[in-house]
Ligand binder design. Structure first.
Ligand code: KG4
Ligand code: ZN
Length: 362
């Protein structure tokens, strides 16, 4: 089975061709081969404005979607006749961006006479975890078996910070979410305060790594918002304000060049501490069998390392998973994988009925 995935929810145009080998009588675990995964990122364009400009994003999606679609077919020598399913992000996201992917998918489904599935972007981030071969899974960690439900997934992206309890495929319960900024948004906004470009997450991580060469004894302690609150919600707006005031204060004595690594390091520590601590606590409370990461922020090396370390220590009998770094940020391969599980349930959407849903909740 070959699935065409299409993703245009924000500022990345994604087209992927994913082949699925599944024989449930042999294994519960379908194997996904990514034949092509093209991501055309607009981040350089939006960097000028310090964030995504929706109209510019939509225009750029329109420009590149057909050329990269063609490129994917050329790369793989696959004909549209070989496609068994089209999967497209229907929401959440920027309405004008979503429309480009959805209209493309609807048109192709009509012209090529192919079944269509509508995918929730957050769900697709979770399914990026399935984009691993059995061999990769085995090497990722020693407590490998398969994906055992219930699963607790920490979804951390530019727009979302959610703890999702997954009882089985397609069954999600959001048990906690951010009350203000998302973790990725916090990385992006604090990066701006430090004069680092968009997207902020990778830039903060790079700057934080420079701390090892720092000889100056600058100290800053940032809050870990809601780390001990009795619920599973998050809040990152206060952290951003604390960075703003901390920077203002330190700039009276030091240069930005001197303080940036120290602050970037502490921002990363504060965000990671809160995320890991709450995810592990939730996993314990709900007695899950697998804990997972998903979303752009889960590409963060410090988060991945801490997540593994704390999982191993606190939840020795629980399996942990995280997507390969290249599938953490927005891409269409994850849309195709999510599409496969919808198709298994025969959860198709006729092209005539498919509409974008910018605020679609899991
Ligand atoms: O999932 P994603 O690609 O897009 C959304 O669905 O929002 O996530 C983008 C977010 C941005 O906020 C970006 O700064 C953050 O993920 N991000 C990172 C890293 N790579 C991307 N944050 C921290 N460390 C990273 N290495
Ligand atoms: Zn995303």
């Amino acid at each position: 089975m070959i699935i065409l995935g299409i993703e245009t929810s924000c500022d990345e145009t994604g087209v992927a061709l994913v082949k699925v080998n599944h024989n449930f009588s042999v294994s519960q675990f379908p194997r996904f081969s990514v034949l092509s995964n093209i991501v055309s990122s607009q981040s350089k364009i939006h960097a000028k404005y310090g964030g995504v400009v929706p109209e510019v994003a939509a225009r750029k999606h329109v420009e590149v979607i057909l050329p990269i679609l063609e490129q994917a077919f050329q790369q793989t020598q696959i004909s549209f006749r070989d496609i068994d399913l089209i999967a497209v992000t229907r929401g959440p996201g920027l309405v004008t961006s979503l429309l480009v992917g959805v209209e493309t998918a609807r048109t192709l489904a009509y012209v090529w006479e192919k079944p269509l599935v509508a995918i929730n972007h957050i769900e697709a981030h979770i399914y990026a975890n399935w984009l691993m071969s059995l061999r990769e899974l085995k090497t990722q960690n020693s407590n490998f078996k398969t994906f055992e439900f219930p699963i607790l997934c920490l979804v951390v992206s530019g727009g979302h910070t959610e703890l999702v309890l997954m009882q089985e495929h397609g069954k999600y319960k959001v048990i906690g979410r951010t009350r203000d900024d998302a973790a990725g948004e916090c990385f992006d906004k604090t990066a701006k305060i430090l004069g680092l470009g968009y997207p902020g997450g990778p830039n903060i991580a790079k700057m934080a790594a420079k701390i090892e060469n720092q000889k100056l004894k600058i100290k800053i302690v940032l809050p870990r918002p809601m780390i001990d609150s009795p619920n599973f919600d998050f809040s990152f707006a206060g952290l951003k304000t604390a960075v703003l005031y901390g920077v203002r204060d330190l700039l009276k004595r030091y240069s930005m060049e001197e303080i940036a690594p120290v602050i970037a390091h502490e921002i990363q520590e504060a965000i990671v501490d809160v995320l890991v601590s709450k995810a592990i606590r939730a996993a314990k409370k709900f007695g899950v069998k697998t804990v997972m990461l998903a979303g752009g922020v889960s590409a963060n090396k410090r988060l991945r390392k801490q997540f593994v370390a704390v999982s191993k220590k606190e939840l020795p009998d629980v399996k942990y998973r995280m997507p390969d770094s290249k599938y953490c940020t927005d891409n269409a391969a994850m849309i195709a994988v999510a599409g496969f599980f919808h198709a298994l349930r025969k959860d198709f959407t006729p092209w005539q009925k498919l509409k974008v849903d910018p605020n679609w909740e899991l």
